[in-house]
Design a binder for this molecule. Sequence first.
Ligand code: HSE
Length: 298
Amino acid sequence: MANVSCGFDVLGFCLDPIGDEMIIRKTAEKGIRITKIEGQDLPLEAHNNVAGVAGLALLEAHPSAFGFEIEIIKGIKAGSGIGSSAASSAGAVFGINELLGRPFTRGELIQFAMKGEELASGTPHADNVAPVLLGGFTLVRCSKEPDVIGLPSPSELYATVLHPKIELKTSDARAVLKKNIMLEKAIQQWGNLAALVSGLYTNDYDLIGRSLVDVVIEPHRSALIPGFQELKKAATDSGALGSGISGSGPSMFALSRGEAAAIRVGESMRQAFLKYNIEFELHISKINPKGIHIISSK
Ligand code: HSE
């Protein structure tokens, strides 16, 4: 889940119950072949698929005598705002790296996974792939030569995510953004971002809540999100620490202290969204400390 309100393109955290599964095998034939995608209609050609592009970037940096075959079981819908392209991009490079005997660290894999993000959104941002690969909260200090810092996650912090089942392409959600921002807004935004990071280190839930404010991106994107105002109000009224757009939307997230609070916030968001007659899913998640992992290997 990228951005976390005040951290556009630099802050993110890894969700627990939501994700893709991938099966990656070595093949005698060099290169990458995507043989199957379940759960969504996405391109199979490696050069047009985020997993393929990310994997090919890794193989360019570390040529291999064999190739790889990838099956993708999509658990996250593309255009949901909960990191669909990041899940597949990170999955491909993580799996290939394992089968190559781990020539790269998880941190080094970020640069390759970002190539998949570039294909999906037009910009190689790392705020989704970094938490997938490293787990927990991550801060991208620099994405050109990726410098990513893992941040602590307070143990009682829970996320509620409401995912309306409509597609909002990241590239479209980026197209509505302005190229320049007012100095006054920038000051508020970096004050909030620094305070949020401080709150994560000091387990200061109130400070985390006060810092979940986005004065730069949300004002432009909120018009693209059905129920944005009602969902924010529902989250606040039911005791969330704060709320905002999940990634580039249309999903919305709230952070709460404790699971019971996160469930209560979810119920309130559910009630507020029912009138929109848009199918949706609701996820309650602890911050996932582990990130991507091997389910089984043969
Ligand atoms: N930081 C990116 C954006 C995340 O908001 O455009 C996209 O998933």
